[in-house]
Structures are given as structure tokens and as C-alpha cells.
Design a protein around this ligand. Structure first.
Ligand SMILES: C[S@@+](CC[C@H](N)C(=O)[O-])C[C@H]1O[C@@H](n2cnc3c(N)ncnc32)[C@H](O)[C@@H]1O
Length: 329
């Protein structure tokens, strides 16, 4: 007698039964379920255990529905101008369905998760994928990602980390965005005074006030009531990395233009950097080539320092014909 393979249809009773069985096991070993958090506030060990115990069965990963979240896919479909070419970052990507949804719409997608097994699984599921999948921890991301994305997508990760980490996490998400870039947040929602017994911990409305303190300007906040489609109350919000003002400075003598974006979250001035201070922009006492080299090295250094606080720099040989200086904002 042949037995049929396990169902991969999340709506099937058999898939749901496997999920319920796995849920009991992983809840029992979740310290947060017992109210213990301090030792592993990022809950990394638990996430690793979930993916490892699943043994390639998505039914055993409670959030894996083998399709993009309906609120995310509806957002992507609703973009009138499309998202082709946008640099999108999917955080806590799990098995990759949301990242693939953005990639299918033409975005250049990077997706990461701090569980290597999840990332490998996503790659196996989508062998032809254009998504750049990598293993990374939200709280220790590569420096070169700062300011590198037009859209950051977060679905169900903020509600899964220990709640005192949320301000820091939102600050990091803001820092990943290019000026004017946006965060798409999809999460379970609750009222401010509603008791929660997480994880997951549905987010209260005050999360958007916290987001403001971290440099975000809420553009749209949708409070979506439970429907057959999404099951429970959700937020779907679009928050923009807020630019309060732009400042331009121009040195006539050095023919150097610098544009600085001031963000709500920025400290205001670039950090002092020894090399910046020691290389003079004044070329009068140098030979032409030494001056050019000093200026180039000073500008490089300035660009690196400036990148830390979101500056964009242009350098030019003449005020009218500016060439773009390498930017890392
Ligand atoms: C609840 S799951 C949601 C997965 C996916 N976004 C989805 O909607 O299907 C949260 C995911 O975030 C990952 N995660 C949690 N904290 C993380 C962190 N600090 N850095 C990177 N990934 C993290 C977990 O491993 C897990 O895959």
C-alpha cells in the first residue's frame, strides 16, 4: 500500500493537524511562553529550534503559509507606478514568499534572516530566484546596507522579538532607508490597554509614536479588522524616513558642494574623524597634484563620516559641471 505525501496545502486539515502538533512542541520549549526573556532577548535559539525541528516540513513552521502575506501582496499589486527597480529589503524573511512577491513585481530584493537554515530552505524553494538571500541579524547588519534601500518590508518580525527591543529595531530599519525611503509594516494589532500573552506580541498603536522618535513619519496606518483573509486584527502601515530639511553648503574656493539631509533621528553633526580634521581642504600651500590628492583623500574621508549620518556629497571641478562623488548614504 502506498501512502500519499503530506499535504502542502495550508488550508487542508492534514496540514493544519501537523502544524498544531508542532505548535505544542515548540511552545513548550519557548522560554518566552514561560515569561523568561532576559537570556535570549532576540529569541534566536528558539527560532533556530523551530526551523531545525521542522525538518523541511513547512507545516511545522507556524508562520509559513507558502505564499506572500495577503496584505503584502495586495500592497504590491496596488502600486500604480509599480515597484520595478526599487531596492527592497525583506527583514526576517523566513521561507522567502514575501521576498519573492517583491522580486516577481520587478524589485531588486535583498532578504535576510538570522536563522541560516531558513535562508537555505528559501533558496532551495526558489532555485531560480533573483532575490539575494543572506543570513544576517537585524541587530548586526553590514554597514554598507545603511541608506541602501527604497523600501524595507517587515512582516511579523517586530511582533516576535522582545518588546523592549522595538525602539532599537525601528531605529535600525530607518537607518537602512535612503532619503525618503519607506517602511512597509505588516503586523498583528492590539489596543493599547489590551492584555497580551505572547509571543507573538501584537503591536499597540503606540508603536507608531515610537517609530516617530526613530525618524519615521507615518504616511498611512491601516487598522484592519479580522476577516477570513487575515484572520485577526492587523496593522498595515507605510512609514517614510522623515527628512526635516536639506542643507547645502558650497565652497567657492574648493568648488565643493555638500548636501546634507537632516533626519528626525539624526544627531545633527557628523562624528569627528581624525583624518577629516587633519587633511586640509585648503590647497594654496600645496603643489597642484598634492592638493588634488589631499582634497580627494579628505573628501573620501568626509564621505565616509558623512555616510554615518546620512549626508550626500557631490564634488566638482567647477561649480557648473558637477560630477557625482561616490556616495554611500
Ligand atoms: C514570525 S517569523 C516571520 C517570517 C516572515 N517574515 C513571514 O512573514 O513569513 C519571524 C522571522 O524573523 C526572523 N528573525 C527574528 N529576529 C530576527 C533578527 N534579529 N534578525 C534576523 N531575523 C530575525 C526569524 O528567524 C523568523 O524567520
Amino acid at each position: 500500500m502506498t501512502t500519499s505525501p503530506p499535504s502542502l496545502d495550508p488550508a487542508s486539515p492534514e496540514f493544519q493537524a501537523r502544524r498544531a502538533e508542532a505548535r505544542k512542541i515548540i511552545d513548550a520549549i519557548d522560554p518566552a511562553m514561560q515569561g523568561v526573556m532576559a537570556a535570549d532577548s532576540k529569541r534566536q535559539e528558539w527560532f533556530e529550534t523551530v526551523y531545525s525541528k521542522a525538518e523541511d516540513d513547512p507545516a511545522r513552521v507556524p508562520w509559513a503559509n507558502l505564499s506572500a502575506h495577503p496584505l503584502t501582496s495586495a500592497f504590491v499589486e496596488g502600486q500604480i507606478r509599480g515597484i520595478t527597480g526599487l531596492r527592497v529589503l525583506d527583514i526576517g524573511c523566513g521561507l522567502g514568499d514575501n521576498a519573492e512577491c517583491f522580486a516577481a513585481a520587478g524589485a531588486k530584493v535583498t532578504a535576510f534572516d538570522f536563522v541560516a537554515q531558513a535562508v537555505e530552505w528559501a533558496k532551495r524553494r526558489f532555485p531560480q530566484s533573483k532575490v539575494d538571500y543572506c543570513t544576517a541579524d537585524l541587530f548586526a547588519l553590514p554597514d554598507e546596507w545603511r541608506g541602501g534601500f527604497d523600501l524595507v518590508h517587515e512582516c511579523y518580525t517586530l511582533q516576535a522579538i522582545s518588546q523592549p527591543l522595538i525602539p532599537q529595531a525601528l531605529g535600525i530599519l530607518a537607518s537602512l532607508l535612503a532619503p525618503g525611503g519607506k517602511l512597509l509594516l505588516v503586523a498583528r494589532a492590539r489596543s493599547e490597554d489590551e492584555e497580551v500573552s505572547g509571543p507573538p506580541w501584537p503591536l499597540p498603536p503606540s508603536v507608531f509614536d515610537i517609530a516617530k522618535t526613530q525618524g519615521f513619519e507615518p504616511l498611512v496606518i491601516e487598522d484592519i479588522t479580522a476577516t477570513a483573509n487575515v484572520g485577526r486584527r492587523h496593522w498595515r502601515a507605510v512609514l517614510r524616513r522623515g527628512v526635516i530639511s536639506e542643507e547645502w553648503t558650497f565652497s567657492q574656493r574648493e568648488k565643493v558642494c555638500a548636501r546634507r539631509f537632516v533626519f528626525t533621528s539624526d544627531a545633527g553633526t557628523p562624528p569627528a574623524h581624525p583624518a577629516c580634521a587633519s587633511v586640509s581642504l585648503d590647497s594654496s600651500s600645496h603643489s597642484a597634484s598634492a592638493a588634488a590628492s589631499a582634497r580627494a583623500s579628505s573628501l573620501r574621508c568626509f564621505a565616509n563620516c558623512a555616510a554615518l549620518v546620512g549626508w550626500m556629497i557631490k564634488a566638482s571641478g567647477s561649480a557648473s559641471a558637477a560630477s557625482t562623488f561616490p556616495m554611500r548614504v
